[in-house]
Design a protein around this ligand. Structure first.
Ligand code: BES
Ligand code: MN
Ligand code: ZN
Length: 497
């Protein structure tokens, strides 16, 4: 996909499709009025006949409009003008791309209204258009044998109006938005693959392919023997019940002119979570193929850093294995030793994410990192607390949590800062080991974070619980690509934007 900006003369844009906004009750936007004037009042007639009331998300394709260079016009409803904002702008771009994707239109020029500059500056204006275009064109990577429908023809997109002085910021936004959409696609494709395809070995191979594509990326994969050498007893405990070999994947991206201390992203890579001996209920167990979404977001984020050549050092650490029952699987009550040396009583084998993460987080120490962020579909409790709207954000560093909340806000991929005060760790007391791996039902998302907190003392660390946001169930079951946009925004801002 090619993206560029346009700055003036909406009626003279040469494109297959000019995308114009109409507010509620048929009120034309400034660009639509300019086209209306050039076409002898065609748009006003359409609207006054009541053919297009401008409700948010509606579209109408007008095949031939005189007086302009574009060969078609697509009207897009924007809703009430006074409440028009960034979120509705996103929705409008998405509706337009959905309508365009049903046609053979190969080039489109967006000339929707712009929300206030404060809501969407030139950079984010470009970024939203490219990101939403890319995301809307995503098709699930299903394994159906029927012939796939033709991919959409759309290849070139112009975004505007942008004042001449804002063109370079908007162009940078377009580049970043396209990179965010393709990174989110990386996460979604990995998440959507079934557990028998997307194994720990498959994830390791994807990481190796990334290193092959970018000389700035180095990948090292530890197999079971290597994991044992690192004394990752908690990680090994989780993989014990599975015949599928575990992998510890280290992805190191070195950016140009980067500050030395890296940002370390740690991903939960449980390629299938049956719960182990503490077996889960059958009805939605298939969704536990998405339990590697954190690791997919880490691979996606490193892809983005490399593609945009961000001036940062970023390390991705992925603990990948299956959580299966079996005669060799860990049992409730088993005590295992973490790489950090703490002993852990495994009271519930279904609380496996924190077990693989604690060893991965310990591994992060050797980098003397600027920040460590782990990303994990960690708890059902987080889904109960925040639903699908926000990821949970817990941290031992309020400034880092703030940075992530702000990044999520700007990227429209939000997370919510939950308290991680000292009381929660008390719920993890064990009679037999240094710590238990569960802390009861109350505050379950936070006690999981408190468990991780025992392994991240002295690090600037934050934890994103994406159990509710990384995928959706139901008729449109599939990976959402979240929190890749949030992490992308975080990295882009750390890189000085
Ligand atoms: N992968 C699950 C968490 C999860 C639940 C993700 C629902 C997405 C949707 C995790 O490994 C798990 O099973 N957590 C347990 C922890 C409990 C045993 C303390 C849970 O949330 O039930
Ligand atoms: Mn589990
Ligand atoms: Zn899990």
């Amino acid at each position: 996909m090619q993206f560029d900006v346009w700055t003036k003369g909406v009626a003279t844009l040469e494109t297959d499709c000019l995308v114009l906004g109409v507010f509620d009750e048929g009120e034309l936007t400034e660009e639509a009025r300019a086209v209306d004037a050039a076409s002898n009042g065609k748009l006003a007639r359409v609207v006054s006949r009541g053919d297009f009331p401008g409700r948010s998300g509606e579209t109408l394709l007008l095949p031939e409009v005189e007086g302009i260079k574009a060969s078609r016009v697509l009207l897009v409803g924007l809703g009430a003008q006074k409440s028009f904002n960034r979120k509705l702008f996103r929705k409008a771009v998405g509706s337009a791309v959905t309508a365009i994707a049903r046609t053979r239109i190969a080039s489109a020029a967006f000339a929707l209204a712009r929300p206030s500059f404060k809501e969407l500056d030139d950079y984010y204006f470009g970024r939203v258009i490219a990101e939403v275009t890319g995301t809307t064109l995503y098709r699930v990577n299903d394994l159906k044998t029927a012939q796939k429908p033709k991919p959409p023809a759309l290849e070139r997109v112009l975004a505007g109006p942008v004042r001449g002085s804002g063109a370079s910021a908007a162009r940078r936004g377009l580049t970043h938005g396209a990179a965010i959409a393709s990174a989110a696609r990386v996460q979604r494709d990995l998440g959507n693959l079934p557990g028998n395809v997307c194994t720990p070995t498959y994830l390791a191979d994807q990481a190796k392919a990334l290193a092959k594509a970018h000389s700035s990326v180095k990948v090292t994969v530890l197999d079971e023997a290597g994991i044992r050498k690192e004394k990752m007893g908690c990680f090994l405990a989780v993989t014990r019940g599975s015949a599928e070999p575990p992998k510890f994947i280290i992805i190191e991206y070195k950016g140009p002119k980067a500050p030395k201390a890296p940002i370390v992203l740690v991903g939960k890579g449980i390629t299938f979570d049956t719960g182990g001996i503490s077996l889960k209920d059958p009805p939605t167990m298939d969704e536990m193929k998405f339990d590697m979404s954190g690791s997919a977001a880490v691979i996606a984020s490193l892809t983005l850093a490399a593609e945009l050549r961000l001036p940062l050092n970023v390390v991705g650490l992925i603990a990948a294995c299956e959580n299966m029952p079996g005669s060799r699987a860990i049992k409730p009550g088993d005590i295992v030793k973490s790489a950090a040396g703490l002993t852990v009583e495994v009271l519930n084998t279904d609380a496996e994410g924190r077990l693989v993460l604690c060893d991965a987080l310990h591994y992060a120490r050797r980098y003397d990192p600027a920040a460590v962020i782990d990303v994990a579909t960690l708890t059902g409790a987080c889904v109960i607390a925040l639903g699908a709207h926000h990821a949970g954000c817990m941290s031992n560093d309020d400034a880092l949590a703030r940075e992530l909340v702000d990044a999520g806000q700007r990227a429209d991929d939000r997370c919510w800062h939950l308290p991680l005060t000292e009381e929660y760790a008390d719920q993890l007391k064990s009679n037999f080991a240094d710590v238990a791996n569960i802390g009861g039902r109350e505050g379950g998302a936070i006690t999981a974070a408190a468990f991780l907190g025992k392994f991240t003392q002295g690090l600037r660390w934050a934890h994103l619980d994406i159990a509710g946001t990384a995928y959706q169930g139901g008729a449109n079951k599939g990976s959402t690509g979240r929190p890749t946009p949030l992490l992308a925004d975080f990295l882009i801002h750390r890189a000085g934007r």
